[in-house]
Design a binder for this molecule. Structure first.
Ligand code: FMN
Length: 197
């Protein structure tokens, strides 16, 4: 049997409690139920000085970068700040190697306060992620902050957002499975070639 997929969820909200983190935790639980391995990576927990001074060799930064490198799929969850992703998320992305998302399936999730900035996902987040050379970025989700209720326990989503989130999660999983079978096919061809040689 092949290994379960490994997912890194990166969150970019500097505050707590956070709708962004709540959404990320829902994704974590959903993907664990699917049998995937999930590693959460809250950028706010990384050392601020290392992030802002681009200390690539800081142990915590190296470990976070390694988690991304080891993942088959990456979910980036950010608040909308000033019509784009948060600076905190970008500070971490800036420390990743040039092709850090190569061969990976990626899902962007944004939480914002106004639908005026719904296109931040396509005009800001998507080009940033694309620059890291992913195999596939599936359709993401922009959720209004008022559609996510924060309280004790898991956040609650309004029904439309919950439905949309399930649809895009399914697309992400389908993308991973298609990618996994591609990887397995490539490995099989490599094995046959080695045998023939
Ligand atoms: C500094 C700051 C800037 C923001 N800028 C925007 C913005 O430009 N567009 C928008 O839709 N929402 C904006 N918001 C609202 C947040 O995206 C929204 O409240 C989100 O839920 C915050 O995520 P959090 O709950 O994880 O903190 C901003 C909030 C803050 C604190």
């Amino acid at each position: 049997m092949s290994e379960p997929f490994s997912i890194a969820i990166i969150t970019g909200s500097p505050v707590r409690p956070s709708r962004v983190e709540g959404l990320a935790e829902l994704m974590e639980q959903r993907l664990l139920r699917e049998g995937f391995r999930v590693r959460m990576l809250h950028v706010r927990d990384l050392p601020a000085k290392a992030l802002l001074h681009a200390e690539f060799n800081d142990p915590a930064i190296k470990e976070a970068t390694r988690r991304v490198a080891q993942a088959d799929g990456v979910i980036a969850v950010s608040p909308v700040y000033k019509a784009a992703y948060s600076g905190m998320l970008k500070a971490f992305i800036d420390l990743l190697p040039q092709f850090a998302l190569r061969d990976k399936v990626v899902l962007p999730l944004l939480v914002g306060g106004t639908t005026a900035h719904v296109l931040a996902i396509d005009y800001a987040v998507r080009p940033m992620l694309q620059s890291l050379d992913p195999r596939l970025i599936v359709s993401g989700l922009f959720a209004l902050d008022k559609s996510i209720e924060v309280g004790e326990g898991p956040v609650k989503l309004c029904p439309e957002v919950a439905t949309r989130l399930e649809q895009i999660t399914q697309a992400f999983i389908d993308g991973l499975r298609a990618h996994g079978s591609f990887t397995n096919a490539a490995a099989a061809v490599e094995g046959l070639t080695a045998l023939a040689g």
